[in-house]
Design a protein around this ligand. Structure first.
Ligand code: ADP
Length: 522
């Protein structure tokens, strides 16, 4: 492969870094968004307060100036709004009106604020009075207008209003308040400063929190990687991930992972044992075969009797090996039935009757009694051949290990767990110490006798493996000298489920069927 076509490895960014960044960014941006919303709300509240204050001041100014009947003049205005005017404070004006200074009014006192200025104009727009310098030009409005302005010259709030005479309802002048909103802007600057400081703190805290969370989450992943490395280095290692002292998905993952390693280890051990057992079992027939071949080699060429005898014995031994190999294959296949036949279903009632009838034909010297309580079809999820194979193994054993009383009972009935089958013989029976072990592969109570009868010690292992693969159970009850009962329990399914599964199976088979081959004569 040329170097050019090699895929570029992705730049590696550690998961911890990514998690820290994501958590930090998440917390930080949430904080910023919330802060901005809060700032905007506070800004609005402060502006509304300022607007109310300006509106109140303006209406106070309007009401103080309203008693004049004609166009406003400096003489009429000044006494009402000049704080130093003692005449005004004493209660009269040039026009003889009640002359409370606007500064007497607690509301109007607000215009004494350094950032606020009041200007009063006559009807023609000539400035009559201004409390502080304000260059904002007059705009002659018909009613009060208050708005925020930022025109480069002035930044703040402007209120404009006409002064209407309370005597004749005519417009006699204008008032204009400019508010630089010094407190508002100072408060906003302070708030921004606080938010910026808090944001920096939030960034630090969220990064620390992100880092803490990331390392907490990554700890089990690191220990999983470490354990895998250990196992890679030493496949037989018994290393497991140390259990986490917490109850969450990660501790579930660790438990599952450890259980999986245990299962794999068990599987590897079983495979090893199986190879050992198989080599052990094959050793005897191979040795027997070797003996006969040596005999043939030495004497057989000249002695037709030895030739005949050794050939017959060798052939028998080869036949035994063949059956042993066949059974071993069946045993290894028996644990993957779920994958091979996922939709297989069978009517157990029909198969029992068929197998018992077959056995009656093969062993006419035996009496087979079928005590069948099943009415009509009873379905189980199972491949038909496997059910037949299990029944044949049990019935065959019954025949093999019954010498005196040649009688076998087969019974079938439904119970709360599904269907219960039993195969009973009245033969030699099994001693308590052997009862559980008869299901172990290659286990035979009497090796020599079993071998004589053609047994490899695999039949019951195959039967058990098959039944357990189909989620059933098998057990044995036996009394030495009186006989044995092998019991099988299998879960049943309804006829509807069975026909649905059969339809699926048929569809699957027709989909997998190869297209008919077109034979060419060329
Ligand atoms: P085999 O092919 O040797 O019969 P199995 O796995 O079928 O192997 O049985 C294992 C052993 O259990 C047999 O060798 C035999 O000793 C014992 N066994 C099985 N079935 C019976 C039975 N019905 N009665 C007495 N012993 C039995």
């Amino acid at each position: 492969m040329s170097r050019l076509s090699e895929p570029k490895p992705n730049k590696r960014l550690p998961l911890g870094f990514k998690w820290t960044a994501v958590v930090a960014a998440g917390i930080f941006s949430t904080f910023i968004v919330l802060s901005l919303i809060l700032l905007a709300l506070m800004r609005q509240v402060l502006i509304n307060q300022e607007r109310d204050a300006v509106a109140e001041t303006m209406s106070a100014v309007q009401s103080r100036l309203a008693p004049a009947a004609k166009n406003l003049t400096a003489q009429a205005v000044l006494p009402r709004i000049n704080a130093d005017n003692t005449a005004a404070l004493s209660g009269t004006t040039a026009a003889g009106q009640p002359a409370n200074s606007v500064f007497d009014d607690s509301v109007v006192q607000k215009i004494s604020r350094a950032d606020m200025s009041l200007a009063v104009y006559d009807r023609a727009g000539h400035k009559l009075f201004t409390s502080r310098d304000s260059d904002e030009p007059l705009v002659q409005v018909a009613h009060t207008v208050i708005k925020m302005t930022n025109n480069g010259r002035f930044k703040g709030m402007i209120a404009r209003a006409p002064v209407i005479s309370s005597q004749n309802g005519k417009r006699i002048g204008y008032a204009q308040i400019t508010d630089h909103m010094a407190t508002f802007y100072a408060t906003m600057r302070q708030l921004w400063g606080i938010v910026a400081a808090l944001a920096a703190a939030a960034l630090l805290v969220s990064m620390a929190l992100g880092f803490f969370l990331a390392s907490r989450f990554l700890k089990p992943i690191r220990s999983i990687t470490k354990t895998i490395d250990q196992i890679n280095e030493e496949p037989q290692s018994s290393a497991r991930i140390p259990p986490l002292r917490r109850n969450d998905e990660l501790s579930d993952l660790v438990d599952e992972f450890n259980a999986m390693l245990d299962r794999i280890q068990r599987f590897i051990d079983q495979q090893g044992e199986f190879v050992q057992d198989v080599s052990h079992e094959l050793r005897t027939p191979v040795a027997v075969l070797e003996g006969h071949l040596q005999l043939l080699n030495r004497w057989g060429k000249d002695d037709p009797e030895v030739l005949n005898e050794s050939l017959t014995a060798s052939l028998q031994e080869v036949k035994r090996m063949k059956s042993l190999i066949q059974e071993m294959l069946e045993l290894t296949r028996a644990d993957s039935v779920d994958v091979q036949f996922p939709n297989a279903t069978v009517d157990i009632n029909e198969v029992i009757q068929q197998v018992v009838n077959d056995m009656r034909m093969i062993h006419p010297d035996f009496v087979f009694t079928l005590d069948n309580d099943l009415e009509g079809p009873v379905f189980v999820r199972m491949y038909r051949n496997h059910l037949e194979q299990i029944l044949i193994i049990l019935l065959d054993n019954g025949v093999k290990y019954s010498t005196k009383r040649k009688e076998l009972h087969v019974s079938a009935a439904l119970d709360s767990d599904g269907v219960a089958l039993a195969v009973q013989d009245f033969g030699e029976g099994i001693a308590p110490k052997d009862r559980e072990r008869v299901f172990n592969r290659f286990y035979r109570v009497d090796k020599a006798r079993s071998r004589e009868k053609g047994g490899n010690g695999l039949g019951l292992s195959i039967a058990q493996q098959l039944i357990e693969s189909y989620h059933g159970a098998i057990s044995v009850d036996s009394a030495l000298g009186s006989g044995s009962v092998f019991r099988i329990q299998l879960p049943t399914i309804t006829a509807e489920t069975a026909s649905r599964l059969q339809a699926q199976e048929t569809a699957l088979q027709s989909a997998n069927e190869p297209a008919p081959e077109i034979k060419s004569n060329l």
